[in-house]
Design a binder for this molecule. Structure first.
Ligand code: HEC
Ligand code: HEC
Ligand code: HEC
Ligand code: HEC
Length: 165
């Protein structure tokens, strides 16, 4: 079991991170896997969006679920050392987030007050329904792309951890 975890993690990914949900101490594989460790460590960094999700009780597996076939493929890749270190950067489309966040309109409603406060709603603009990842990063700093063209005191307005360039 432990060996399987190590294989999976090294071959990019995550193994049963049941730690947050339940069993408190079975994090052996996490400690051993150098390419995953930073992600686990940074999941408590309040500047990163992943920490807000963790605070809601969402573990790594709630976003990075893999089926048995994928797991097998990962093991194969590990054995043939077919994985990258540093780890490959991923990017997901909006539907990845909308599995939990309902719809673009629903998100736009949550920030509709910004239309008045900022003169613009980040989720409703002439750019249309662009991917969430254009702005939101889970494990790195989020970037407010509207600031590329619209200048304002964004640093003061944006939540902690955001950047504009
Ligand atoms: C709420 C969803 C969510 C949770 C929870 C989550 N991730 Fe991620 N993960 C993402 C997204 C989105 C990306 C794409 C890169 C980004 O946005 O930072 C990603 C990318 C990754 C990558 C690929 C490398 C990269 O930077 O693109 C790794 C490795 C990773 N996550 C590990 C973890 C680990 C370990 C945990 C638990 C500590 C975790 N993730 C929890 C959404 C999540
Ligand atoms: C597995 C479900 C799930 C996924 C997938 C998910 N989220 Fe969340 N997210 C939540 C929950 C639950 C909350 C807390 C309740 C809320 O604010 O809606 C949350 C909260 C947030 C918040 C508010 C954080 C704060 O400051 O309190 C943002 C922003 C957010 N998510 C963005 C994203 C983005 C962008 C993605 C895709 C990269 C994503 N989420 C993927 C479940 C998810
Ligand atoms: C153009 C940049 C941008 C894009 C694209 C974007 N967001 Fe946001 N989002 C923001 C900013 C900026 C905030 C913070 C606003 C604030 O609350 O101060 C935010 C806040 C949020 C919040 C918290 C709202 C609240 O209750 O305060 C959620 C949830 C969220 N975004 C989800 C998403 C999802 C899901 C997507 C894709 C469907 C998405 N966002 C696309 C910029 C963006
Ligand atoms: C590539 C440059 C560019 C980007 C990126 C951009 N805009 Fe704009 N935006 C413009 C231009 C040009 C106008 C027209 C300005 C005018 O008529 O004075 C405009 C006009 C607007 C207006 C009309 C009112 C005003 O402020 O003049 C709103 C609202 C707006 N943008 C919101 C947004 C939001 C929200 C984002 C990010 C999701 C965004 N824009 C990203 C270039 C951009």
């Amino acid at each position: 079991m432990k060996i399987t975890c190590v294989l999976l993690l090294l071959s990019i990914l995550f193994c049963g991170l049941t730690t947050w949900a339940g069993s408190p101490s079975d994090d052996g594989c996490i400690k051993k896997c150098h390419i995953i460790k930073p992600y686990v460590k940074n999941s408590d960094n309040p500047n990163l969006l992943v920490s807000k999700h963790k605070a809601q009780g969402l573990g790594c597996e709630s976003c990075h679920e893999r089926d048995a076939a994928t797991v097998k493929e990962e093991e194969k890749r590990y054995k043939s050392k077919d994985y990258s270190d540093p780890i490959e950067q991923r990017q997901y489309e909006a539907e990845f987030c909308l599995k939990c966040h309902e719809s673009y309109q629903a998100v736009a409603e949550r920030t509709s007050h910004l239309k008045e406060e900022w003169g613009r709603n980040p989720h409703e603009s002439h750019l249309g329904e662009i991917d969430c990842s254009e702005c939101h990063k889970m494990h790195g700093p989020s970037k407010f792309v509207c600031a590329e063209c619209h200048t304002a005191n964004w640093k003061e307005r944006l939540p902690q951890g955001w950047v504009t360039e």
